[in-house]
Write a protein that binds this ligand. Structure first.
Ligand SMILES: Cc1cc2nc3c(=O)[nH]c(=O)nc-3n(C[C@H](O)[C@H](O)[C@H](O)COP(=O)(O)O)c2cc1C
Length: 344
């Protein structure tokens, strides 16, 4: 037993969270002008969850180039023009006591609105997706720099932490999976090289005391997809490259094989998070149907995870964190905005 509850503060390097709840990154597909710039929707959406008591808000998948977006309605950080709207969100989150990070990403072959998506190798996701072209070695090196530049902009916007998106079958994941990376250059000989270079480049632009988060699919559900042992090896490589905190998800590389299809039930990814935590002795964020407050609290108390991320539960209830702390007997009033205290 760890003795931790949902309201136990968490600290890592210079990042100090008021509690152990995390808002999982969730694409809003709500950019209206195709310019990748956050708008009123994003401001209200993220500010509401900060107001709702979340310890760490993680802004949705935000992409390093226009064709790296899933859709043209996704956020971007390929231009300095995209910084001010994000800074406004960061400032509001801070005003309401939350810390805020951002997920930096490239969709690779899963970029749906790109004329021709790019990927490690020219292998389509399935017949409904566009045929990608393989990046040249020079373009891969350039892509690493684009990750770094996006991180620089995020730091300028005032984010407290950065999460690199290495999960769900997007570009970093495509590089580290032998099913999607059949290159014969150095990025194919060493499947974690791209991810490790992106980590190193990100860190060049981050203050020393800012932790780097990395989201990873610790195992795959596709036929011939990798298992947890390889997932642990990937995590080890990325930790050695400079990651501080792992955010453990699963899947995303393709349609699950019938025999491997996960039973989507409370905590369905928790064992993966716990296994990585035990194998490598590192702090983790668990995610995946953890929104029952008692169940979420138990995952912390039993030490299976260090932090709990909530996705859909926070779409349904922006005040999930306050309500969950209340339901599990915590000092929820400390998290309720002053103007709302009479509601309780
Ligand atoms: C609308 C929506 C958008 C999502 N977008 C992202 C994303 O941008 N990046 C990411 O890593 N995961 C994304 N996810 C996955 C969530 O972060 C989370 O891992 C998943 O929903 C499982 O957690 P939950 O059961 O608490 O919802 C998304 C999920 C939803 C429902």
């Amino acid at each position: 037993m760890s003795g931790f509850t949902l309201e136990t503060p968490f600290a890592m390097k210079g990042l100090q969270l008021r509690n152990r709840t995390v808002m999982a990154p969730m694409c809003q597909y709500s950019v209206t002008e195709k310019d990748g710039i956050a708008n009123e929707w994003h401001y209200v959406h993220y500010t509401s969850r900060a107001l709702g008591g979340v310890g760490l808000v993680i802004v949705e998948m935000t992409n390093v180039e226009p064709d790296g977006r899933i859709t043209d309605q996704c956020l971007g950080l390929w231009s300095d023009d995209q910084i001010p709207a994000l800074k406004r969100i960061v400032d509001a989150a801070h005003e309401h006591g939350a810390k805020i990070g951002i997920q930096i990403a490239h969709a690779g072959r899963k970029a749906q609105d790109a004329e021709q998506p790019v990927a490690p190798s020219a292998i389509a996701f399935d017949e409904t997706y566009k045929q990608p072209r393989a990046l040249t070695t020079a373009e891969v090196k350039d892509m690493v720099k684009k990750f770094g530049e996006a991180v620089r902009r995020a730091v300028e916007a005032g984010f407290d932490t950065i999460e690199l998106h290495g999960a769900h079958g997007y570009l970093i994941h495509q590089f580290h999976s032998s099913r999607t990376n059949t290159r014969d250059d150095e990025y194919g000989q060493d499947l974690t090289l791209f991810g490790r270079e992106a980590i190193a480049e990100a860190k060049k632009h981050m203050p020393e005391d800012m932790p780097l988060l990395f989201r990873i699919s610790a195992l795959e559900y596709v036929e011939d997809g990798y298992g947890i042992d390889y997932g642990i090896e990937l995590c080890r490589a990325y930790l050695e490259a400079g990651v501080d905190l792992l955010h453990i998800s699963t899947g995303g590389e393709g349609t699950p094989a019938p025999a491997k299809r996960p039973k989507v039930e409370p905590g369905f990814q928790l064992e993966a998070a716990h296994t990585v935590k035990q194998a490598l002795g590192v702090p983790v964020i668990a995610v995946g149907m953890l929104d029952d407050p008692h169940f979420a609290a138990e995952t912390l108390a039993t030490g299976k995870t260090d932090l709990v991320a909530i996705g859909r539960g926070l779409l349904r209830d922006p005040y999930w964190a306050i309500h969950a702390i209340k339901e599990t007997g915590g000092d929820f009033r400390a998290h309720v905005p002053k103007a709302y205290i009479r509601g309780y």
